[in-house]
Design a protein around this ligand. Sequence first.
Ligand code: KG4
Ligand code: ZN
Length: 360
Amino acid sequence: MASAPSLILGIETSCDETAAAVVRDGRQVLSNIIASQHDLHREYGGVVPEIASRAHLERIDPVITAALKQAGVAMADIDAVAVGNRPGLVGSLIVGVSAAKAIAWATGKPLIGVDHVQAHLYAAALNLEPDAAPQYPALGLVVSGGHSSIFDVRSPLQMQSIGSTIDDAVGEAYDKAAVILDAGYPGGPKLDKLAQTGGAGRVEPLPRSLLDRDSLDFSFSGLKTALLYRVRGQPQGRGRDATFARSVADLSDAERADLAAAFQQAAIDTIFIKLRRAIDKLTSEGRPPRCVVIGGGVSANSALRARCNDLQAKAGLPVFVPPLVLCLDNAAMIAGLAHHRFVADQFDDMHLAAIATTGG
Ligand code: KG4
Ligand code: ZN
């Protein structure tokens, strides 16, 4: 791990969390402020981009001020300002990027743009002593609302995707499953909670889409559709005109909980089957990973966290999952990862763009 000292202010606004944090030396989280917008989007059942950008605009200044205050530092003490500038909702990203540029321009501090997905994979390394931190090469898994991807991770800033979703991201599938089961908003955590009160064994298992025998890609849309039909029955007719025999209101609470548990078991099983495949593949190619690093909103999932111990024991590799507060979108992971660009003198200028897609 890069060892030069740094004190970095991080900013994150890629989706519906306005966040700022101060991190020392890429490791020690001095503050981590997250203003969530769930209340604003709940009535629409999902994130409304225009509402998200406007809320970021209102909150970004107080959130940054709170992050400096909680860390007990002044802007003058900061060595660089970092911002997640890709991927995400472009109108949301622009707010964070503009704030970071304004601070950099007004104070003369260096500016560092950070990839949000790479930052999720760095979250598990925060607050650990260097000898307890992930060692590279590592196998990385990002499971969030926008991504389900497996990476061959060479260093915090160098990684190659070796598998990704061909349709829905797993978090997106959770959010849709929560709507199908009327589990509440935000969908992922609500479905996780409902699943914990049910028993997957009490209903017929839902399908695990594994694709080809060697594939490291994911597909979750079949699981989501299978759940929909299990709740409502097979559709009569096609497309928009399709009608269903039942609705979720016809299910008892216990039936909803059992189906949530079956969904959770199928989704998490699929993830761990792919992780095992990826470890075996890299090992057989002479590139065995030294550990597994997991990040993204779905790494807050109770079933996923429980399965990590099992993977650690069976694969004989340390498995790193961030503490809950660092699983969801946050700016500590942005400031932490930016340290590695800071020590390598890799800075951005006022042309830093907000980019909606990875690699765009
Ligand atoms: O990383 P994140 O905050 O934002 C993105 O980069 O997408 O991830 C948000 C996603 C949402 O889809 C949310 O439903 C899901 O993570 N999520 C969960 C849980 N907590 C959050 N999914 C399953 N179980 C959870 N406990
Ligand atoms: Zn995220």
